[in-house]
Ligand binder design. Sequence first.
Ligand SMILES: [Zn+2]
Length: 388
Amino acid sequence: MAVEEILAKLVSFPVLGGESNMSIITWIKEYIESHNITTTLVLNEEGNKASLHCRIGPAVDGGVILSGHTDVVPVKGQEWTTDPFKLTDKGDGKLYGRGSCDMKGFVACCLAALPNMVKADLKKPIYFAFSYDEEVGCLAGPELAQAIKTHYTETPKYAIIGEPSLMEPIVGQKGIYILETYVNGSAGHSSRIKQEVSAIHEAMRLILWLENKMNQLIDDKRLDERFHPPHSSIHIGLVNGGIAPNVIADKAHFYWDLRTIPMDNTKTIVSEFEAYCREREQELQKIFPGFEIKTIENHPPVIHLNTKETDDVVALVKRISGNSKLNTVSYAAEAGQFAAEGIQSAICGPGSIAQAHRANEFIAKDELVKGMEMMDKLITELSSSNFK
Ligand SMILES: [Zn+2]
């Protein structure tokens, strides 16, 4: 099957992050197995979602993992001019459809290149690693990376995560952590503000603490100029609390996210915040013994990517992508999760992130061509006995 035909098939599965992906993963599995390659599914506990991995080529150390996700973001509330789950060629050099660029375009390139990979005399193996639930917090990546490490007797050396990067090698990604904080105060008439504990007043104090923490990191020159912005960010995106202007709020709650540059430690920031919360609890329990602040994970942390420019994977991705300009991103991806397993990782894939997650998402046809060229070059590299 040609790459566009495969992409049309992949786009036709409307699998959103968080939903069962068995339909699309079963189609991919059958396609790969029709080329006489054995696949392995890594199922979730409920058995309704699965990642897939497989190896093409010899069982020797030093191979390359090609990683992609099978889920997409919702289309609800977006103004699409075509059916988002039907790949549409409007004759303008672009193929429209949800996931066409993020990131079924890359997965289609992998699958379209499979017959050539099978035919080639590979000296080092290629692995496919296709996950689910990436768009709801990269939930399946860590388990998939571990499954590959334990399943095969040999060890892969590199991972290329095909997120849309206009084929530019991406070597850095911020860590992301989303949290929720609940404040439990005491209700009462607003005139009694000194006798009760307002959950809103305390939540605001915590929010200010978080903003001050971010500013302190910047003042301390904790900067990594590879990123835009170059500092870790702490942001509160949603606040709830209170019922009326003359009622002291007994409950308040806010969502926040933490996007950390590699030199900053998410855990340290959160534990400093927790220490401040305990301080406030001790203080305010003198007024209201039931006062409590609780912070929970909204999403498990997605670890940063911090690939060094001198790492071999960078040279490899430069050669096969034809691009030597390195970049970093501030969105979440599975690259750091593969790197955490000791696999040198970089992001590089067809299409632009500017088209991702929005109405009328598309991939330019020439980007798909470049994606296929990268596959061809990878096959040539891995067929050489000089490949390291
Ligand atoms: Zn993606």
